[in-house]
Design a protein around this ligand. Structure first.
Ligand SMILES: COc1nc(N)nc2c1ncn2[C@H]1C[C@H](O)[C@@H](COP(=O)(O)OP(=O)(O)OP(=O)(O)O)O1
Length: 228
């Protein structure tokens, strides 16, 4: 397998397969980089917890839970802290990807370690920064072979995954139909890498945005095999 040329801002030593790219010809230059995290709880490969951003960067969009890595913290420590601060829960987070974004008008580029967990403890709670809600993972976001997926991804199952699975507390959504992941109210990059996350393939990617949050250029790639 040929070694891929990664966009500036990204490093990865293992094998990668390019999954998508597009947009204008040149990457935007950046001067500074800040470290961030973003964490997703995914139950039964069928439903995901997202938060509606109530203030700060990305207000009005749904996203995972995360923020800046504080001095002295590892990205994993920051991800665990942010998940607790923004959603009120703890989860055994696993590193599943790295994203790099340059947004016109932001004071630094975003280097974001992405984490996922299949379970959580605690009670999902709204905070002053995020309003958490469960969403069904629609079929369009599951285009890749996922050998570990055992769930039937129809909406009935996603609405009540405990019908066939026992793990994980589900008090907020039990018995209720869930909406699909609201891609139109999310960053435009998400539809390119979320399928890789749901397929458990380690992914890397970069996207550049203009001042109106329009995606100008993007590139995503993933490891050929699923995470264990
Ligand atoms: C530009 O594209 C992006 N796409 C996605 N999916 N996520 C993004 C993008 N740019 C930033 N993010 C993520 C990274 C972080 O998880 C949050 C932003 O974190 P925030 O600014 O809220 O950081 P905090 O430390 O929580 O901020 P406060 O200083 O307000 O506490 O968005």
């Amino acid at each position: 397998m040929a070694t891929l040329q990664l966009p500036p801002g990204l490093e990865y030593n293992g094998q990668l397969v390019e999954t998508s790219n597009g947009g204008v010809s040149d990457w935007v230059a950046y001067k500074k980089v800040k470290l961030y995290t973003n964490a997703f709880v995914i139950l039964n490969d069928a439903k995901v917890l997202l938060g509606y951003k109530k203030r700060g960067f990305g207000t009005g969009l749904w996203n995972g839970f995360g923020g800046k890595v504080d001095p002295g913290e590892t990205p994993l420590q920051a991800a665990v802290r942010e998940l607790e601060e923004e959603a009120g829960i703890e989860a055994p987070l696993e590193h599943c990807g790295v994203l790099f974004f340059v947004v016109d008008g932001a004071d630094a580029a975003f280097h974001i370690d992405i984490f996922r967990a299949d379970e959580y403890t605690g009670t999902v709670s709204e905070t002053d920064e995020m309003r958490p809600e469960w969403f069904s993972v629609q079929k369009e976001l599951l285009p890749l072979t996922n050998p570990q997926t055992t769930a039937d991804h129809d909406h009935d199952h996603a609405a009540n995954p405990q019908a066939t699975e026992e793990e994980g507390p589900e008090p907020e959504t039990e018995g209720l139909p869930l909406p699909d992941i609201p891609l139109k109210q999310m960053w435009a990059d998400d539809e390119f890498w979320m399928p890789l996350m749901f397929s458990r393939r380690f992914f890397v990617g970069r996207a550049d945005f203009d001042a109106d949050d329009k995606m100008l250029k993007w590139w995503f790639a993933a490891a050929p095999a699923s995470l264990s």
